[in-house]
Design a protein around this ligand. Structure first.
Ligand code: NAD
Length: 385
């Protein structure tokens, strides 16, 4: 049976944070991080909850790429004053931490079913789409584990572009490329459908149109709103269609070398598109034809599948260049010797990653090793283009 799950309720638009006023609760837990405190975004949430007379506990030191120790810390905190409302305010790291804490406590408390709090996710990056996905990524030692369960879905997502205006250009670039990667991977996934394709096609067009503006001028709230909505739509697509091996490779690279998630995707995406399309061979795979269709939607030359894939690859590289992202993994500060030393470990992680089974081509260890090496130099696309 095929299905398309629609949840949560989505409130979107400038200053829609006020939608929090409609949520009733007695005891809330705010999950957030220090950037939200520094930029005054946490204060905007606490003010609204305070006006409503809702008692508030604050967990404001969630770190990027949360690990199991972080989740355990959150569980203890949440268990000490069990809330009827959890508000996650932050990027994917904060939202994923909140998801994992709610999920883990639900497994351990016998009364958890009755006590499930209302869960509101308020993203402050335009990247992961975590506010609408049944995924949570948690690090265990040097491995990123992807937890997938429908109970991880928030009840309400609040998409307010004014909360993204403070994101600096480099994080805007990384997270924006994550959005593009979600759309591209959902689009060619083995579990893609008419529903997910429609979302992915819209996302790809919005990213190429609005991401460079967000990168140049973070205060452009119209462009920010388009990217924020694109991020959410990409999340809707991939929570239903799942992802592919760009994500599997990026999870391992991020887990072992702490390369930020969006940047890791940005540096691996073109190589995976070329491999899925069989660019070095006939370039006649179903994925190749779908990529060519995307090129047409972007008004790029695509009279054949190969021409369309070439156009898409060039467009991806041009977008990276425009936002001064490094061409390859070598430009991220990862040591070349350490990279080679940990290559087999990363390939092993990527092979067992939960995003791998839906990739349109089934990879083996040799193919993933080659993709990592191509992404190290970032030169494969030009060589074959
Ligand atoms: P992030 O949450 O790690 O945030 C990156 C940095 O940006 C942090 O330092 C954060 O404090 C800062 N930041 C966030 N919002 C800001 C704002 N408005 N102004 C200024 N600074 C701000 O980055 P992310 O890319 O949003 O999330 C990445 C994490 O999400 C990774 O762990 C990744 O594996 C995971 N992820 C989850 C899903 C999912 O569906 N659950 C999907 C993709 C990725």
């Amino acid at each position: 049976m095929s299905e398309f799950l629609l949840k949560p309720r989505i409130c979107f638009g400038q200053d829609v944070l006020s939608a929090l006023r409609d949520v009733s609760a007695h005891q809330a837990l705010l999950v957030t991080d220090q950037a939200m405190v520094k930029f005054g975004l946490a204060a905007r949430v606490t003010e609204i909850l305070g006006e409503r007379g809702i008692a508030l506990q604050i967990w404001d030191d969630v770190v990027a790429d949360p690990d199991i120790a972080t989740v355990v810390r959150g569980m203890k905190l949440m268990d000490s004053r069990y809330p009827d409302l959890v508000v996650a305010l932050g990027g994917g790291s904060v939202i994923d931490a909140a998801k994992a804490v709610i999920f883990a406590l639900a497994q351990t408390r016998p009364d958890a079913g009755r006590l499930r709090p209302c869960f509101v996710a308020i993203p402050t990056t335009s990247g992961t789409g975590s506010e609408v996905t049944s995924f949570s990524v948690v690090k265990a030692h040097a491995e990123k584990l992807v937890l997938v369960d429908p109970s991880l879905l928030p009840d309400i997502a609040i998409l307010d572009p004014t909360l993204v205006a403070s994101v600096p250009p480099s994080i805007t670039a990384d997270t924006g490329m994550d959005v593009l990667c979600h759309a591209l991977e959902a689009y060619v996934s083995r579990a893609a459908s008419d529903f997910t394709d429609a979302l992915a096609e819209k996302v790809v067009q919005q990213v190429f149109r609005y991401l460079p503006t967000c990168w140049r001028n973070g205060q452009d709230l119209q462009a920010r709103e388009k990217m924020h909505n694109a991020s959410c739509m990409a999340g809707m697509a991939f929570t239903n269609a799942s992802l592919g091996i760009t994500h599997s490779l990026a999870h391992a690279l991020g887990g072992v070398f702490r390369v930020p998630h969006g940047r890791a995707n940005a540096l691996l995406m073109a190589q995976v598109v070329a491999w899925n399309a069989d660019y070095q061979g006939q370039c006649d795979t179903e994925a190749a034809h779908k990529y060519a269709h995307l090129a047409r939607l972007l008004s790029l030359p695509a009279s054949t599948a190969r021409e369309g894939v070439t156009s898409l690859l060039v467009a991806i590289e041009a977008l990276k260049d425009e936002m001064t992202l490094p061409a390859g993994i070598h430009g991220t500060g990862v040591d070349g010797e350490a990279f080679e030393h940990r290559l087999a470990e990363m390939v092993g992680q990527a092979l067992r990653d939960s995003c791998t089974p839906t990739n349109p081509r089934t990879p083996d260890a040799q193919a993933l090793t080659e993709l990592y090496r191509q992404a190290w130099s970032g030169s494969a696309v030009q060589r074959h283009g």
